[in-house]
Design a protein around this ligand. Structure first.
Ligand code: 173
Ligand code: 173
Length: 322
C-alpha cells in the first residue's frame, strides 16, 4: 500500500514535470511592422497572425507590437539584426542601412514559389544570414509593380522639374528620368504632398487609398516597373533557437502565407479601377516608349546593384530574372 502510494506520487511529479516542460516549449516572438497598421500589408498579416496563434498553442505564438510608431520604418531592419525585435514585416528598401542588397529583392521577376525551387531563396538567405544576421522567412507581397504618381502632367518619361518622394527603390531610376528626389518613409508622404514639398511619389499599384494620398494625386504613370517586395524577416539567433517542432510549425505557416499571394493580382486590378473612379488620370506612352521605360528601370536597377555589391548582384540577377 505504502509503496503504491509512493509510486502514484512519483507518477504525479513526473506528469507535472512533463507538463511544465511542454509549456516551456512555447515560444513567443515579437513582431513589428515597417508599414502602418491601417495599411493593406498589416491588414493582410493580422488574420495570419491570429491563425498562427490559434493553431500554435503550446508551440509558437506571435506578439504583434505595432507599426512605425513602435520603431520607425527605416530603423526596423537594425532592430531585427540586433535582436531588439524577433520578427518584422518589412521591405528591403527600408533596411539598406543594414546591407545594400536588401533593396535588390525589388528586381525579382519570378514568383516566390519559383524562387524557393530555383535556389534564389537560398541565395537570399545566405546573404541575409551573413550580412544581416537575419533569416529571410517569406515574401507576402507579389505582383505589385511600382508606379510614378504625380501632379504634374508629362507627355514623355521625363521628370525634369519635378520633386518626387522616394525610397531607395526608386532613386537611381527617377534620377535617370531627371527628377529631384526626396527620401521619406510612407508616413510622411501625405504631408509632403499637402505642403507641396513634393510633386509626386513612388508607390506600388495598390495602397494609396489607405492613407488618403488619392486626395493629393492627379496622375499615375504607366507602365509599372519592378515588384514591391514585402516580407517577413527574423533575427537569426532567435530563428536558430527554435526547436524542430517550432521551426517546422513556423515553416508550415509561412508557406501557407505565401500561398495566399494570388490575392495581389486581383487587388492590383481593383486598385486601378478605384484610382480611375477617384479621378486619377493615367499617363501612358506608345508601346516602344513603354518598353524602353520598363527596360531602363531594370537596367538601371541592376547597374545600381552591381555597383554596390557586384558578386551578389551577379548571383541574384541570374536567379531573379525571367
Ligand atoms: O506606413 C505607411 O504609410 C504604410 O505602411 C502604407 C501601407 C499601405 C498603403 C499606404 C501606406
Ligand atoms: O515606396 C516605398 O515606401 C517603398 O519602398 C515600398 C516598398 C514595398 C512596398 C511598398 C512601398
Amino acid at each position: 500500500m505504502k509503496r503504491r502510494l509512493l509510486t502514484q506520487a512519483t507518477a504525479l511529479v513526473l506528469a507535472l514535470g512533463a507538463t511544465s516542460a511542454t509549456l516551456a516549449q512555447e515560444v513567443t516572438l515579437r513582431l513589428i511592422s515597417g508599414f502602418a497598421e491601417n495599411g493593406i500589408y498589416v491588414q493582410r498579416l493580422q488574420p495570419w497572425i491570429n491563425k498562427v496563434n490559434a493553431e500554435g498553442k503550446g508551440v509558437l505564438q506571435i506578439n504583434f507590437i505595432g507599426g512605425p510608431r513602435a520603431i520607425p520604418s527605416f530603423e526596423l531592419g537594425n532592430a531585427v539584426k540586433t535582436g531588439v525585435v524577433d520578427m518584422a514585416l518589412n521591405t528591403g528598401a527600408f533596411y539598406t542601412n543594414v546591407m545594400p542588397e536588401a533593396d535588390f529583392l525589388k528586381l525579382t521577376q519570378i514568383p516566390v514559389a519559383e524562387q524557393r525551387k530555383n535556389g534564389a531563396f537560398d541565395a537570399i538567405n545566405k546573404v541575409w544570414n551573413e550580412k544581416g544576421n537575419m533569416q529571410y522567412l517569406a515574401r507576402m507581397v507579389e505582383n505589385q509593380p511600382f508606379h510614378i504618381y504625380t501632379n504634374k502632367k508629362v507627355d514623355k518619361p521625363d521628370l525634369a522639374g519635378q520633386k518626387i518622394r522616394i525610397t531607395p527603390v526608386y532613386r537611381d531610376f527617377f534620377q535617370s528620368l531627371n527628377a529631384s528626389v526626396i527620401t521619406t518613409p510612407p508616413g510622411e508622404v501625405y504631408t509632403a504632398l499637402e505642403r507641396g514639398v513634393v510633386d509626386g511619389y513612388g508607390w506600388p499599384i495598390g495602397g494609396i487609398f489607405d492613407f488618403n494620398w488619392h486626395e493629393k494625386t492627379k496622375f499615375r504613370i504607366d507602365p509599372g516597373f519592378y515588384d514591391a517586395e514585402v516580407s517577413l524577416i527574423m533575427n537569426l539567433p532567435a530563428y536558430k533557437k527554435l526547436n524542430d517542432t517550432q521551426r517546422n510549425y513556423l515553416q508550415k505557416q509561412l508557406l501557407a502565407l505565401e500561398a495566399e499571394n494570388t490575392f495581389w493580382a486581383r487587388y492590383g486590378a481593383d486598385e486601378i479601377a478605384r484610382q480611375t473612379k477617384a479621378g486619377i488620370q493615367t499617363i501612358t506612352f506608345d508601346a516602344a516608349t513603354s518598353k524602353a521605360f520598363r527596360d531602363k528601370a531594370y537596367d538601371i536597377g541592376w547597374a545600381g546593384a552591381a555597383k554596390q555589391s557586384p558578386e551578389v548582384a551577379a548571383r541574384f540577377k541570374a536567379l531573379f530574372s525571367k
